[in-house]
Design a binder for this molecule. Structure first.
Ligand SMILES: [Zn+2]
Length: 485
């Protein structure tokens, strides 16, 4: 098979990356990529250790003159997200990724490219094996199963590591170094509900919200996008201020970690008020259009009478509990980071609401780079839940990586970047989870960490690409960093 990237710089990095694109490595399927990395280690005379989760640790001795420098952990994840276009024939269990060069891009048009985080692994391999680059002792940590919830790194035995400096290569903006990340629990709230016989003389009104932008509930929370569950609660509350209603259905959102894009409810209102109920929903639509002008241009609210008979509806107490919870629950940015301008520190998002038998189930997610803040948001959810007779369950808990303004590795990255590019880099506390949080939690001593990488775009979707010139600049910078460690 012809090598697509053979003439492109940086050669060694792209040679390793191209090898990686030929190895099937969807989450959970990392054995072959481990074999490849073990071969690489043995060829270079590096010792290695593989665990039952397919995490791989490769120990790289220092280059001459760097033997007594502190060990540096260089980390990336070997697995990738496997997505393809609906009409694309591609077997992620055995087919190599088809990629091409298009202008300044290395792109896979029909599938994901796996630059996330293949490029991180390739960069680590190149630093370790390029004989011209001086570096301290390195521990390459290649983790598995990051994309399905970081279960690889969770199981990794960090007591094997000597290093207390860690460079994570899973960041995707050149010149923006990640110096912290958010953690926080995903919380499931179960509100007990009961049904009663539907009243006579009522008409069912179907209210539906669609067309919202949605997005990641952490990384997109600062964009001010509408939350469909919050919007529908406002319509229902406004109807409730004007007439009695019975709730038959309510549902919204698909994922706990996404801003919900759609929501719908069916309310039964007295026949002689149904026009008014529909009018109220329409009036609210005008308010939303004004409030979200230029943010949510495709927002659509529909309200119409439907031709369906409901035998039962929620009791008033049940409907009130649900409405109290979704109306009063905190949602959106809670606090900005006071040390890094424009960076969100804490947020919480209502993700999903569904009626499941005798419960209304709500999934909500808290995020903060400060543990005390995400616990405070959690306690708020718990308290509100108790007030409506609901139970809360912590479904998973992602650990935070707290920002340290005095980080030494941050200073090295900053000064090296300035020397080479004559400008200051940006620093970001990611409002999402990163494997660094798990290392911070599992290693008892302080670990000085930073995350970096070249520009990668459209991750996790077909059409994922690397910006070649950005990778070239990043490589120039990255090599320089190791001389100073
Ligand atoms: Zn990644």
């Amino acid at each position: 098979m012809d090598r697509v990237l053979k003439d492109l710089e940086p050669k060694l990095v792209l040679e390793y990356f191209e090898d990686l694109t030929r190895i099937p490595r969807g989450s959970g399927n990392e054995d072959q990529v481990c074999d490849y990395l073990i071969k690489f280690a043995e060829k270079n005379g590096f010792s290695w250790h593989k665990d039952h989760m397919k995490n791989l640790l490769i120990r790289v001795p220092a280059t001459p003159g760097y033997e007594d420098h502190p060990t540096v952990i260089v980390q990336g994840h070997t697995d990738m997200v496997c997505e393809k276009n609906a009409d694309t024939v591609h077997d992620f269990e055995k087919d190599p990724i088809k990629m091409e060069i298009e202008g300044d891009k290395i792109i896979a048009k029909e599938t994901t490219l796996g630059a996330d985080d293949g490029i991180g692994i390739a960069l680590a391999m190149a630093i370790a094996s390029d004989k011209t680059i001086p570096h301290p002792p390195l521990e390459l940590v290649c983790t598995s199963d990051e994309e399905r919830g970081m279960t690889g790194v969770e199981a990794f035995d960090t007591s094997l590591l000597k290093g207390r400096i860690l460079i994570n290569l899973d960041a995707t903006d050149e010149g923006v170094f990640v110096v912290g990340c958010a953690g926080g629990p995903v919380v499931r709230v179960e509100i007990p509900i009961a049904y009663e016989k539907a009243p006579q003389g009522y008409a069912p009104i179907h209210i539906k919200i669609t067309g919202l932008k949605g997005g990641h509930s952490g990384e997109d929370i600062h964009r001010g996008r509408a939350n469909s569950i919050k919007l529908i609660s406002r319509i229902i509350n406004d109807i409730g201020r004007n007439m009695p209603y019975k709730m038959a259905e309510i549902t919204g959102g698909l994922k706990y970690n996404a801003i919900p894009r759609e929501a719908q409810a069916i309310l039964l209102v007295p026949n002689d008020t149904k026009e008014k109920a529909i009018d109220i929903a329409k009036k609210m639509t005008e308010n939303f259009a004004r409030e979200y002008y230029s943010i949510e241009n495709d927002l659509l609210v529909t309200a119409e009478e439907i031709n369906k008979t409901y035998e039962t509806v929620l009791t008033d107490i049940s409907a009130t509990k649900i409405m109290d919870f979704i109306t009063l629950a905190q949602c959106g940015i809670v606090r900005m980071n006071h040390q890094l301008e424009g960076v969100v520190e804490s947020s919480v998002s209502l993700g999903v609401i569904n009626l499941e038998g005798d419960k209304a189930v709500i999934q909500t997610m808290t995020r903060s780079s400060s543990e005390s803040m995400y616990m405070d948001m959690y306690y708020n959810i718990e308290r509100l839940a108790q007030n409506v007779g609901a139970k809360t369950f912590i479904m998973s808990n992602c650990p935070e990586w707290e920002y340290n303004p005095h980080s030494a590795i941050k200073n090295v990255f900053e000064s090296t970047f300035e020397e080479i590019f004559n400008k200051k880099p940006k620093f970001l506390v990611l409002h999402a989870g990163l494997e660094c949080g798990v290392f911070a939690k599992k290693i008892p001593e302080y670990v000085d960490m930073i995350a970096a990488g070249p520009d990668l775009r459209d991750l996790h979707t077909p059409g994922e690409y690397i910006i070649i010139s950005s990778l070239q600049r990043f490589w120039q910078f990255f090599k320089e960093v190791f001389k100073k460690l």
